[in-house]
Write a protein that binds this ligand. Structure first.
Ligand SMILES: *Cc1c(COP(=O)(O)O)cnc(C)c1O
Length: 383
């Protein structure tokens, strides 16, 4: 039997343009965490999202960590964070010795619930314990509802860090994802919509803040001929080689988004008519990139469970996964305070217990997706 080549949720998809930038780095011997590719990648990405500037970093996690450092988050401070996300959104809160408070999702966008956020802010402010920052995550290529979230945060004067690791290229009310906080974060990890194999970016309209980010990302070196340091720093810059990959990738980002949306459309058309299947909605205020196609199965009304599907597809060497397990259900955050969407409605728990992410790889062939859709349709209808 020939083994089927594995089909991934989302794997690196090179354009062929990357090699020229890498070659250039080798020819000029800029095999270092700075150089022309880093500068150009920053300028090109800032231009794409429309921010005043950008700083290329070694990972999205490093970008979130530096954002907290820049906003002065330290030991004992409170930081709110979306609960339905990858652990990387919240780990940097712990690095700083700060205290996370987790906020539920709303059903419309699967992202931070403005209702839950407002309740949490009201309670914490009334106790004189306002958070230092709020980390808002945009899941699976879809922007959170910033018209409402920004309004609430402005009212309480708390800055937003936008974790746009999964939403590069998404649009919300005519503005690109990553531009809705004081600082925005992107990731170029191998599974993201474009990749540098590993890497991240911090964007902002505040250039002084970004200059400070460069300072902290290169061991906080003071202006002096010798090595002098007055503050603690980090080694968080992106290498000039990897930035070269990023430049080649950025040129095909819009193509990748179109293909991701097409993959989503194919799933939607075939599976949405099946009763009990709910595709992750696209919020009316913008464009989702559909980085991953996600859906929920209403318990009791479909013939197969999320686990049935994952196990069945794995038999064909096809990767699928449950929706992120919310942080408030993780052992790591078991003692952390959590605000659900409504007093007795835990949206992120429901999405986790009934949600699945389908293979959304732009490398996937039409016939492979068709095969997967046929398998899903049969399983869900019990035929
Ligand atoms: C991938 C991801 C990150 C972390 O990015 P890395 O580059 O892997 O460090 C942070 N937040 C979310 C929501 C992510 O999906």
């Amino acid at each position: 039997m020939i083994e089927r080549p594995r089909i991934f949720l989302s794997s690196p998809h090179m354009s062929g343009l990357e090699q020229q930038y890498i070659a250039e780095a080798f020819e000029t011997n800029w095999v270092a965490p700075l150089g022309k590719n880093v500068d150009s990648f920053e300028t090109e990405l800032a231009e794409y999202v429309g921010s005043a500037g950008a700083v290329a970093l070694s990972s999205g996690t490093a970008a979130i960590h530096l954002a907290l450092v820049l906003l002065g988050v330290g030991s004992g401070d409170i930081v709110f964070c979306s609960s339905l996300t990858f652990v990387a959104s919240a780990n940097p809160i712990l690095y700083q010795g700060a205290l996370p408070v987790l906020i539920d999702s709303e059903p419309e966008s699967w992202n931070m619930s403005p209702e839950a956020l407002e309740r949490a802010l009201r309670e914490y402010s009334s106790k004189g314990n306002k958070p230092k920052a709020i980390i808002v995550v945009n899941l699976y290529g879809q922007s959170a509802d910033y018209a409402r979230l920004n309004q609430i945060c402005d009212e309480y004067e708390v800055p937003i860090i936008e974790d746009a690791a999964e939403s590069l290229g998404a649009v919300c009310n005519g503005k690109m994802s990553g531009r809705f906080g004081k600082l925005g974060v992107f990731s170029f990890n191998g599974n993201k919509i474009i990749t540098t194999s590993g890497g991240g970016m911090l964007v902002s309209d505040n250039l002084a803040l970004l200059e400070k980010a460069r300072f902290y990302a290169t061991q906080a070196r003071d202006h002096a001929r010798h090595y002098q340091h007055s503050e603690m720093g980090y080694n968080y810059r992106l290498s000039n080689i990897l930035a070269g990959i990023g430049r080649g990738q950025l040129q095909v980002l819009e193509e990748r988004i179109s293909r991701k949306r097409e993959i989503f459309e194919n799933y939607r058309k075939a599976l949405f008519p099946i009763s009990g299947v709910r595709i992750m909605p696209e919020a009316a205020y913008g464009r989702s990139t559909r980085w991953l196609t996600a859906m929920t199965l209403e318990p009791g009304s479909v013939a197969a469970s999320v686990t049935d599907i994952i196990v069945h597809l794995e038999g064909f060497n096809v990767e699928s996964r449950p929706v992120w397990k919310p942080l408030h259900l993780q052992p790591l955050f078991k003692d952390v305070k959590y605000y659900s969407h409504q007093q007795d409605l835990d949206v992120s728990r429901h999405l986790f217990e009934n949600g699945i992410c389908l293979p959304s790889d732009t490398n996937m062939k039409e016939k492979d997706q068709k095969f997967i859709i046929d398998q899903l349709a049969q399983l869900l209808q019990g035929i």
